[in-house]
Design a protein. Structure first.
Length: 274
């Protein structure tokens, strides 16, 4: 059966209306443009204002309507960034002016993306909003590295952990003793800067230094790279190599599946859609 006109069928699909005066919080996925959802693509074609994060690539933004106003609101560690309160206020102001506002976030809006805070501000202001989930790099990005976040033979649980708090430091509220042994697999976001300290805390709390660890940089993109080491050698790797960011870190036995399941090779990287 021919696939001709397959995407054209979406033109007559019954998408939910993107109403003026509303905000859609949309996950743009882990990087590759082809990994956004159909609803995200719909929103890109309807939005009047697109407020996007640093991890949203040009390939995704290229699908916006030409008349849309593009506003960068990215946060990157150690670099000047807009304050969260100011971003929320602007979303409210644009919506109240009658515009369709698309808040476009890398990965998923609710996975360490502060989407919950923005929704709280919108709800207090009486601004209607919709959530469009996205593929998080903690699952999709690892998949592009041939690392399954779960596997029946190795783990029935996984922990997602952020590598820094709102001050930029290692999270102080984390119960490291509980985290270290609660699940065979730990997936860490924004953890490269403090990886040596995090590894030290996990090992001190009972995690084996021999646990496999992988750092997936620029996941799903043509320049994706993967560094494989152990939890005990993570600090040495960081000191020895300039690990590219953004990166997702995974610790646990699933890392070993990369040798069998790795599929994202040179031929696949040639297609920038994903």
């Amino acid at each position: 059966m021919s696939g001709a006109g397959h995407f054209a069928r979406l033109d007559s699909a019954g998408f939910p209306p993107f109403e003026p005066g509303s905000v859609w919080l949309v996950g743009a996925g882990p990087g590759a443009p082809g990994l956004i959802s159909v609803l995200a693509y719909h929103a890109l074609g309807k939005a009047d204002v697109i407020v996007y994060d640093a991890l949203v690539g040009e390939g995704v933004l290229a699908w916006a309507t030409p008349d849309a106003e593009l506003v960068h609101a990215g946060k990157r560690g150690g670099k000047p960034s807009p304050k969260q309160a100011d971003i929320s206020l602007r979303l409210i102001e644009w919506a109240r002016s009658g515009r369709r506002v698309l808040r476009l976030k890398g990965g998923d809006p609710f996975m360490f993306g502060r989407g919950g805070e923005e929704c709280q501000a919108l709800r207090r202001a009486g601004v209607p909003f919709r959530i469009v989930p996205g593929i998080t790099s903690g699952i999709g990005g690892l998949g592009y590295a041939g690392i399954p976040v779960t596997h029946r033979a190795t783990n029935h649980a996984v922990i997602f952990l952020t590598g820094h708090d709102d001050t930029g430091a290692v999270p102080q509220s984390v119960d490291w003793a509980a985290i270290a042994t609660a699940a065979p697999v730990i997936v860490m976001f924004m953890a490269v800067k403090h990886l040596a300290s995090i590894a030290e805390r996990l090992i001190a709390a009972g995690r084996s230094p021999a646990d496999p660890l992988a750092i997936v940089s620029n996941a799903t993109l043509p320049d994706q790279s993967v560094a494989v080491t152990t939890l005990g050698e993570a600090a040495a790797l960081g000191a020895r190599e300039d690990v590219p960011t953004p990166a997702i870190v995974v610790c646990g036995p699933v890392v070993d599946y990369r040798h069998v399941l790795g599929w994202f090779g040179a031929a696949e990287r040639e297609n920038t859609i994903g």
